[in-house]
Design a protein around this ligand. Structure first.
Ligand SMILES: Cc1cc2nc3c(=O)[nH]c(=O)nc-3n(C[C@H](O)[C@H](O)[C@H](O)COP(=O)(O)O)c2cc1C
Length: 166
């Protein structure tokens, strides 16, 4: 199966999870798993993330992002990982969802990482945007930073992606 894993990561937690998922989904198969990092054109820093970023996340704003291939028409499933910002997707994720093409009817597995709360609201918001593009969310996983490093938790996400194409 061809799979794409999109993610945005400000401080590295979601990146680590996305890369572990790539390793799991590619292990023992010839399946092609592409990882696509979403980068805002203007990177956040510790000052702007907690001032500008939080406000933009609450409003559901889209940050301009570096160009990526957001076409999923050749994927059987795609995954989307995001940090929780004020119980919402970080703003670069809103842009990615808006830019996705070929998503109608495709299954997606979405996951968020957080300190402790807001993961469910974040994933609900992302699911709503994805469903407006016809994407079918086949799994939603809200993990704390600690859980994002626990193998069984990561395996649950990988299993949902495998199951979505069966
Ligand atoms: C601007 C900002 C807002 C955040 N808001 C929340 C929040 O509402 N709830 C929470 O549990 N963690 C929150 N966090 C913590 C991150 O969600 C958490 O550290 C996440 O795992 C970071 O992922 P990353 O390293 O991939 O960026 C916030 C972090 C930042 C920078």
């Amino acid at each position: 199966m061809k799979t794409k894993i999109f993610y945005y990561s400000y401080s590295g937690v979601t990146r680590e999870l996305a890369l572990t998922l790539k390793a799991k989904l590619s292990s023992g198969t010839d399946d092609l798993v592409d990882v696509v990092e979403i980068k805002p054109k203007k990177a956040y820093n510790s000052l702007t993330a907690y001032s500008v970023g939080i406000k933009r996340a609450r409003c559901g704003d889209c940050d301009p992002i570096e160009e990526i291939n957001a076409d999923v028409s050749d994927c059987e499933v795609f995954l989307l990982g995001m940090p929780v910002w004020a119980a919402r997707p970080a703003p670069p994720i809103n842009t990615l969802i808006s830019d996705i093409t070929g998503g109608a009817g495709k299954p997606a597995v979405i996951f968020s990482t957080m300190k402790g709360s807001g993961g469910t609201e974040t994933l609900d918001a992302a699911e709503k945007l994805l469903s407006e593009k016809g994407v079918k969310v086949a799994g939603k996983f809200a993990l704390t930073e600690k859980e994002s490093r626990i193998d069984e938790k990561i395996e649950e996400i990988a299993a949902a992606a495998r199951a979505a194409v069966q």
